[in-house]
Design a protein around this ligand. Sequence first.
Ligand code: GLU
Ligand code: ZN
Length: 294
Amino acid sequence: MAVVPDLQPYIGRFAPSPTGPLHLGSLYTALASFLQARSQQGLWRLRIDDLDTPRNRPGAVDSILTTLEAFGLHWDGAVAHQSQQLDYYQQALDQLAQKQRVYPCTCSRKDLAGPYPGTCRTKTCLPTSPYALRIKTDAHTLCFEDALQGTVCQNLAEHGDFILQRKDQIIAYQFAVVLDDELQQVNHVLRGYDLLECTPRQIFLQQQLGLSTPQYLHVPIIVDGQGYKLSKQTLATAVEVRHASAVLFGLLGLLRQNPPQALQGAPVTELLSWAVAHWNPRLLKACPAISLPA
Ligand code: GLU
Ligand code: ZN
């Protein structure tokens, strides 16, 4: 059988939320997705996931861009912002509403524990109080092939009918991400393992909207000595741009790429070209988390 060359260029992305400066955990994912894209001669796009406005922090976008630049992680094209795509999300919502796939829900968080039981599915009148919009799901098992984790399956009933638009009108992450990736023509999503359990819901949405499904690769997340994910909540400190070379060398170690000792202290451009040339995500094996050395 003739080998059909893959004519679609690789298009990857990094999509930080501007909730604060980049910490080691987010830079780790950024670096992995950058290396994967560049090793495939692909494009690497940048998107600011700024829909959850109450969580946005002033100055965070500038700080994220400066940090990526300092680490030599240069992106392709203009920086995209979710906040500039509200019309697009609305159109997609309308499309699903027309197909009677969405319904309003007035349940409060404390009414609900566990997967949403579909309480509001049968309501016939539009509520007079603020409501969320949920998508109708069914209890089928959705499987996909993760490039690192292998076959991943999840029954959609695990989450039930999930929210596309919150009560405060904010478009939910699960919905936005699917449309954002489509808008940016992203065909490869490399991100942290913590988002693996979201992927079946996102694939379900792609199917509902008639969109193509990107190839997924979920890398381990970095955890601290106690096993907690590095995040603003665990007070992970911002990465030190002054020590970019040392931080990058450390990150390549955490990505299990075994950078040669001779490269210690090398300029970031040199470290990155070595890393692109030698990038092998398989070395990460299929594991959920990598712990920081004590
Ligand atoms: N903005 C999301 C986050 O920072 C990433 C979304 C994604 O990669 O799908 O967790
Ligand atoms: Zn409800």
